[in-house]
Design a protein around this ligand. Structure first.
Ligand code: SF4
Ligand code: SF4
Length: 179
């Protein structure tokens, strides 16, 4: 499936609803991301390598490895309770926006302030009742949109983004820079 088709399918399902989401808004980019279709990871790495300088890419891989190691040590469930600033963010913007994971494309919020509040607390109970309701709706919507897309594609298996990218890098399984 092409990204255009995936975006169109998602857009059809959320049509008519008002969201605050826009490129460059990144309060939602501080959590674990699970991919089930590993070619998405190859595309992300290709794009990151193309768009970063050699030094930036090296620093990115270092951040990936550090986070991946820490998540592995904590275990996925415990790690989910913490904030993990996505290594693909550069100056507050996703470097690979056009090929970002389905999980990222499926997150829609009517209110960026709620996303900010969610990012700034580790305790769901500190959110207002309205924020809690919004947060729950964001999660449920994202889950159902992801399932709808991923059900139509071959499933390689669920792997957290950072772990998958490290695996692909170690296997040399992406388009490497020439020269
Ligand atoms: S989900 Fe929230 S943080 Fe993410 S783009 Fe939308 S409004 Fe911004
Ligand atoms: S891949 Fe891009 S959109 Fe997804 S969490 Fe990372 S920076 Fe945000």
């Amino acid at each position: 499936m092409r990204w255009e088709d995936i975006d169109e399918q998602i857009a059809t399902k959320v049509r008519g609803q008002q969201f605050a989401c826009r490129r460059g808004c990144a309060w939602c980019c501080h959590q674990l991301i699970v991919l089930t279709h590993w070619d998405d990871g190859r595309q992300i790495l290709d794009a990151a390598r193309e768009r970063m300088t050699a030094e930036e890419f090296e620093a990115f891989v270092e951040r990936l490895r550090a986070q991946s190691r820490e998540i592995h040590e904590l275990g996925h469930e415990a790690a989910e309770a913490r904030r993990w600033t996505c290594p693909l963010l550069k100056e507050g913007e996703c470097v690979v926006y056009d090929v970002r994971p389905v999980a990222c494309r499926s997150v829609f919020s009517p209110d960026a302030d709620t996303c900010r509040a969610m990012m700034e607390t580790d305790d769901f109970d500190t959110l207002t009742p309205e924020q809690q309701a919004t947060a729950t709706a964001i999660g449920e919507r994202a889950f159902s949109l992801q399932i709808a897309v991923n059900d139509q594609r071959p499933v390689d298996g669920p792997v957290e983004l950072r772990e998958l990218l490290v695996r692909l890098i170690d296997a040399g399984d992406y388009r490497r820079p020439s020269g």
